[in-house]
Design a protein around this ligand. Structure first.
Ligand SMILES: Cc1cc2nc3c(=O)[nH]c(=O)nc-3n(C[C@H](O)[C@H](O)[C@H](O)COP(=O)(O)OP(=O)(O)OC[C@H]3O[C@@H](n4cnc5c(N)ncnc54)[C@H](O)[C@@H]3O)c2cc1C
Length: 262
């Protein structure tokens, strides 16, 4: 460890409500996402490991981490649950990985609009359960919804279950606003409306640390996943076309090869 990294570690230790993870095996684990689906990325990213991982549990700790990283010119990589599949959460140039999982509260639900304000580190599986109490559900879910965070989905995902009805995350009306901490000499917590949030939506945490999100929700319905086994490709397309134009409340329709279903 260099003297510079020892100095910033000392500074981190002074921050309240900040967990510091230094165990080499844990730091290595938390420096990876699902990039290993790609042999090219595996070769490129396998050696990219952070110096340290931190987990803030309030806004003040987030701001302090940003300030220390700025002061020492240390790269800061944000992490939700690390389910991104092309290295979005990998620290390319060492430095600090900040995992947002302790900022995980549902802050507000408005029954009139159906808007929910939630902290960015909330796992979508937990958010789903909490919204069910209000008879609501998220409009869009990635297939990793049981473990991925809502902040990681907005910053690194695009769409999924619900997309036939609601489009993609970036389509107007899904993200209503957000709060984010800036990365500069004096990090600040800023509030953005829907239009102002656009540049931070799907930006991989490169232009701000999202601390909470205001999202539109849908009425909760009981839904099921079904697989239809087809032998001919033309027939498969015909069935999917029929389903998407039928009076069925469809969330997603996808053609998968047999191996994937298995
Ligand atoms: C098997 C599999 C299936 C998938 N299916 C889908 C799918 O259906 N739809 C889809 O859209 N995606 C899908 N993905 C990828 C998708 O991006 C993630 O699953 C999920 O949305 C990411 O959430 P996460 O909490 O794991 O984020 P991470 O992987 O931890 O982070 C994703 C990106 O967001 C940034 N980030 C995280 N938190 C913050 C924050 N608070 N502020 C700013 N930036 C932040 C990270 O730096 C990173 O760039 C899939 C991935 C896998 C492996």
């Amino acid at each position: 460890m260099t003297s510079n990294s020892l100095k910033f570690l000392e500074k981190f230790r002074e921050v309240k409500n900040l967990e510091i993870i230094e165990s080499q095996s844990e730091v290595k684990r938390l420096s990876k996402d699902f990039y290993n689906y790609s042999p090219i990325l595996t070769e490129r990213l396998d050696t990219c490991i952070a110096d340290v991982v931190v987990r803030p549990s309030d806004h003040n700790a987030v701001k302090k981490v940003a300030k220390i990283c700025w002061e020492f010119s240390i790269p800061l990589t944000l992490r939700g649950s690390g389910t991104g599949n092309y290295g979005q959460a990998v620290p390319l140039f060492k430095g600090v990985v900040m995992q947002m999982s302790y900022l995980n509260k549902l802050e507000e639900f408005d029954p009139d609009t159906g808007f929910v304000k939630v902290q960015s580190g909330c796992v979508m599986g937990d958010l789903k359960k909490q919204l069910e109490k209000y008879g609501r559900e998220l409009r869009l879910l990635p297939s990793t919804w049981k473990t991925a965070t809502i902040g990681g989905f907005i910053a690194g995902g695009s769409g999924g279950i619900g997309s036939i009805r609601w489009g993609f995350l970036r389509d107007p009306g899904n993200l209503i606003g957000l709060e984010a901490v800036t990365m500069n000499e004096k990090p600040d917590l800023l509030k953005f409306d829907a239009e102002e949030s656009e540049p931070l939506n799907h930006a991989y945490g490169t232009n701000g640390i999202i601390t909470s999100l205001l999202l539109a929700t849908d009425i909760k319905r009981k839904w099921y996943s079904i697989v239809i086994d087809c032998i001919e490709f033309e027939k498969t397309i015909e069935i999917l076309k029929t389903l998407t134009s039928a009076a069925i409340d469809l969330k997603l329709g996808a053609i998968l090869e047999e191996e994937i279903v298995d």
